[in-house]
Design a protein around this ligand. Structure first.
Ligand SMILES: [Zn+2]
Length: 268
């Protein structure tokens, strides 16, 4: 039969193939064992434990929400054509009153994320902000952008530190509904501690990038391009020269109104 004729050469080839595979496998196994033994302490590429969430991976504004017990809020309280303006790193005697005046002129509300050290220097500005119908946000005792790398006791003290200063400035019953991490550098522990302290972690969805001092036209154009219904917009009234922020706001407030936007607070 044809099969019988063909079988011997095929059997031979299979035997050779299987032998080659067996030799190769045993060679690979022996090489990998000797390699592991020969380099004690060498970093093993494969089974790495999952790294802890690094502290401040300085996620750019408005991008991926960090995982955690509660992701920071990035939308307005009401749905519809609303925006929430937020001002960080104040209060500042040069800029905060100017911003309050502009907001009042346009019937706008905003949330001010204040730093404890600034609150202690200018407690009267906290009362002024509240008197204009604005909301307060705790932005830590002294704006440590590496907060997520500190131990929990330090984190806790920093997180509630600004709120304590706000209460000293404006009364023990002053509402501080929000907390924002310095630099937007969140960690699970920070969000959990803020929630435990009764504050809503507050992120943003639009970064005006006013802190880079790009010039008024760039700030205005950036916000115009990025704003959407429900946006939480990040500005700064402290922490540096903020004349560009004030000038940009003077253009943006009437523009937002003309676009049909109303002003709201962030969701809680
Ligand atoms: Zn800040």
């Amino acid at each position: 039969m044809r099969y019988q004729v063909l079988r011997p050469p095929y059997c031979y080839r299979w035997a050779v193939l299987i032998s080659v595979v067996l030799v190769t496998v045993s060679l690979i196994l022996s090489l990998s064992w000797s390699g592991a033994e020969g380099t004690p302490g060498a970093p093993q590429p494969a089974p790495q434990p999952a790294p802890e969430q690094p502290a401040g991976t300085a996620a750019p504004a408005g991008t991926a929400a960090p995982p955690g017990p509660r992701a920071p809020v990035r939308t307005t309280a009401r749905s519809g054509r609303f925006v929430a303006l937020t001002f960080d790193d104040g209060p500042d005697p040069g800029y905060t009153p100017q911003i309050l005046d502009l907001l009042a002129q346009h019937g706008a509300v905003a949330t001010f994320c204040m730093v404890g050290t600034q609150v202690r220097r200018h407690p009267e500005l906290v009362r002024q902000v509240l008197g204009h119908g604005m909301r307060l946000c705790d932005h830590t005792a002294d704006h440590d952008e590496q907060l997520a790398r500190r131990d929990e006791a330090r984190m806790s003290a920093d997180i509630t530190g600004a709120r304590t200063d706000l209460r000293l400035a404006a009364g023990s019953d002053v509402p501080v509904p929000y907390f924002r991490a310095p630099g937007g550098n969140w960690s699970d522990t920070i969000t959990a501690l803020a929630v435990r302290a009764g504050m809503t972690p507050l992120g943003w969805s639009v970064d005006s990038r006013d802190w880079t001092l790009p010039g008024v036209p760039a700030i205005v154009a950036g916000v115009r391009q990025a704003v959407r219904p429900g946006a939480v917009i990040l500005f700064h009234d402290g922490g540096g020269r903020r004349a560009q922020t004030v000038a940009a706001l003077a253009e943006l407030l009437p523009w937002l109104t003309a676009q049909g936007y109303q002003f709201d607070f962030p969701a809680t």
